[in-house]
Design a protein around this ligand. Structure first.
Ligand code: SAM
Ligand code: DTB
Ligand code: SF4
Length: 334
């Protein structure tokens, strides 16, 4: 295929076929010598995506802090004493303004996060639906939400309002999950993912490295993702941002080699998906990030802030893109 021929922009389709990866096969890929692994992942990436195109996404925390859950990594859990100040649901106008600014900056995906355990019917959910409708009416952006657990009817209403994607992470292996979160189960998460899929919304599901998990746990996370009835259209790989006041505050930064290995394995397992180099870029050098892109990452979050923690900011990313000859994935014509 000529490099100028367009390849399908995978995050933009729904219903990728399920994969048939066994745990042993995933483990073999994961343990491939690193240079060989990156080389193989790069080949898969070039076969399925336009090389050099990176989807730029913007995150906005529309409801911050005060969350009743106990996710050990999360600065927004009410029970931990972090610098996060709880805020009420953001007014629609401010969200719309942020979405417009995101589009003008070259982003093609806008993700709204709420620090909820689950969506509750009522004025707050109606407000979210309004936000989705208003952004949809503007055009030019894929809209994603991450609001916690959902029921069938809520998923259907989000779809009807125009939601493109829903982020709900498995975070780690089923075995290690209990060390990190006690207030909802792995199965709860899988059920929510099923409802999102059933409603025809694109699935964004990945996890975190650097929480003290083993290689086996990372392989277990990838196995769980590959065992979903259909592959997630986007797979965010987060490096833990160790926030003071959370139980994981003393975790050492994850070695870049571990991030690269995780990204490359995800790329090989999910050839058509968007693999998002998500949280943790602020602690990475340009060289580190270049290696992640070579290993098949093809999406980032841009801006000064993720939900509550720091991110490199537009200027640094513009410099990074210029240096590496990367370009933002263009908007899908809708
Ligand atoms: N409350 C919703 C939920 O838990 O589904 C949505 C927001 S939550 C912040 C979304 C995801 O962000 C988490 O599942 C986790 O993977 C990631 N995340 C949160 N805090 C993080 C941190 N400190 N470092 C890396 N990733 C983090
Ligand atoms: C995902 O996997 N990573 C993003 C997005 N999905 C919602 C969130 C990262 C949050 C990092 C911690 C914070 O900024 O609060
Ligand atoms: Fe709440 Fe989500 Fe943070 Fe868990 S990750 S504490 S559910 S905001």
């Amino acid at each position: 295929m000529s490099t100028m021929e367009r390849k399908p922009a995978s995050g933009q389709q729904t219903g990728l076929a399920s994969t048939s990866w066994t745990r042993a096969a995933i483990s073999e890929v994961y343990h491939t010598p690193l240079i060989e692994l990156v080389s193989q992942a790069n080949t898969v990436h070039r076969d399925h995506h336009q090389p050099g195109e990176i989807q730029v996404c913007v995150l906005l925390s529309v409801k911050t802090g005060g969350c009743p859950e106990d996710c050990s990594y999360c600065p927004q859990a009410a029970r931990y004493h972090t610098d996060v100040t709880a805020q009420k649901l953001m007014p629609n106008d401010n969200v719309l303004e942020a979405a417009r600014a995101a589009r003008e900056s070259g982003a093609t995906r806008f993700c709204m996060g709420a620090a909820w355990r689950e969506v509750k019917d009522g004025p707050q959910f109606d407000h979210i639906l309004e936000m989705v409708r208003a952004i949809k009416a503007e055009g030019g952006l894929e809209i994603c939400c991450t609001l916690g657990m959902l029921n069938d009817s809520q998923a259907a209403r989000l779809k009807e309002a125009g939601l493109d994607a829903y982020n709900h992470n498995l975070d780690t292996s089923p075995e290690y999950y209990g060390e990190i979160i006690h207030t909802r189960t792995y199965e709860d998460r899988i059920r929510t993912l099923g409802r999102v899929r059933e409603a025809g919304i694109s699935v964004c599901c990945g996890g975190i490295v650097g929480m003290g998990e083993s290689d086996e746990d990372r392989i277990g996370l990838l196995e769980s993702l590959a065992s979903l009835p259909e592959a997630p259209e986007s797979v965010p790989i987060n490096a833990l941002v160790a926030v003071e006041g959370t139980p994981l505050e003393d975790q050492p930064p994850v070695p870049i080699w571990d991030m690269v290995r995780m990204i490359a394995t995800a790329r090989i397992l999910f050839p058509s998906s968007m693999v998002r180099l998500s949280a943790g870029r602020v602690g990475m050098t340009e060289m580190d990030q270049a290696l992640c892109f070579l290993a098949g990452a093809n999406s980032i979050f841009s801006g000064e802030k993720l939900l509550t923690t720091a991110n490199p900011g537009e200027d640094r990313d513009a410099q990074l893109f210029a240096r590496l000859g990367l370009r933002p994935l263009p908007a899908r014509g809708d």
